[in-house]
Design a binder for this molecule. Structure first.
Ligand code: C2E
Ligand code: CA
Ligand code: CA
Ligand code: CA
Length: 279
């Protein structure tokens, strides 16, 4: 890009051409990846820790893309792009189908836990998403699927009444709603009292300095506020014993992080869960 005075930039037609090509290329690649079944959901354990006893209560599904050449992409490399080019819609539907398979396999292994999936704001804006939920939850009705959807603040910002309706519509299917990355946005407090949220996920950035900077940590206040509002709390990004202990002392309902277990493929998660029961 050339600077054309006053800090404005102009792009040559070749550059625009190249960018368009990149965007189109990625759209095609993601479509093929879906057709070739190259996406995978990894599972990260969620632990409830009470009176010194840890219990495995859930898992968050985190998407990965493994190409036929064996390259593994983490979601930051393709989820934001798929939100822009619309591919998040079919990918999101694939996630819902896949979570049913995962639930079935866990159940076959006597592992009955809740499963959380991440939902992009873009998905909540299309009608087809709700028919998909309907379809999946009908199939799941007899299967004791405990499903949770993690949404972010970006969805709540524009229209709080609309957001409230959408959340209630999802909850009608027995799905729980978690507010992800809590504390990283801005008007959080205002809508917490006005929206029927089931879980608050306290963002990793607050957990990082919980042990070193205890005096300044707002985590205990977030937890007591959530308790007062009858909302459960999950802390994410717990890496050390010290952080874990602090959160337990504060009365955090659930924990998630490398300390308890990294996101892992289903087969690994099944052995993890079985060992967890025995230990
Ligand atoms: P997130 O929902 O905040 O997920 C937590 C991220 O933190 C995950 O990264 C997870 O692997 C990582 N993490 C968990 N525990 C620890 C820890 O103790 N230490 C550190 N350093 N990191 C930890 P991941 O899997 O790369 O996912 C990144 C983001 O991509 C997610 O952030 C979520 O916003 C998005 N994402 C992942 N899967 C999906 C999906 O299926 N659909 C949609 N729409 N977004 C997804
Ligand atoms: Ca999440
Ligand atoms: Ca998060
Ligand atoms: Ca995040």
């Amino acid at each position: 890009a050339k600077e054309s005075g006053k800090g404005r930039y102009s792009f040559s037609s070749e550059e625009i051409e190249r960018r368009n090509h990149e965007v189109l290329d990625m759209h095609i690649k993601l479509k093929k990846a879906l057709e070739k079944n190259e996406f995978k959901l990894y599972l990260q354990p969620q632990i409830s820790y009470k009176q010194g006893i840890p219990t495995l209560v859930g898992a968050e599904a985190l998407i990965r893309w493994e190409t036929s050449e064996g390259i593994m992409f983490t979601p930051d490399k393709f989820i934001p792009i798929s939100e822009n080019n619309g591919m998040i819609i079919p990918i999101g539907e694939w996630i819902l189908d896949e979570i049913l398979h995962i639930h079935q396999q866990l159940k076959d292994n006597n592992i009955l836990i809740k499963l959380a999936i991440n939902i992009s704001t873009k998905q909540l804006e299309v009608c087809s998403f709700f028919s998909k939920i309907e379809e999946v939850m009908t199939l799941a009705a007899a299967q004791e699927l405990m499903l949770e959807m993690e949404i972010t603040e970006s969805f709540l910002l524009d229209d709080i009444h609309g957001a409230r309706k959408t959340i209630q519509e999802i909850q009608r299917y027995g799905i729980k709603i978690a507010l992800d990355d809590f504390g990283t946005g801005f008007s959080s407090l205002n809508y917490l009292t006005r929206l029927p949220i089931d879980y608050l996920k306290i963002d990793k950035s607050f957990i990082d300095d919980i042990a070193s900077d205890e005096q300044k940590s707002i985590v205990p206040y977030i937890i007591s506020m959530a308790q007062a509002l009858n909302i459960q709390t999950i802390a994410e990004g717990i890496e050390t014993q010290e952080q874990m202990q602090k959160l337990a002392d504060y009365g955090c309902s659930e924990m998630q992080g490398y300390y308890w277990g990294k996101p892992m493929p289903l087969e690994t998660f099944i052995s993890f869960a079985q060992q967890f029961k025995e230990s």
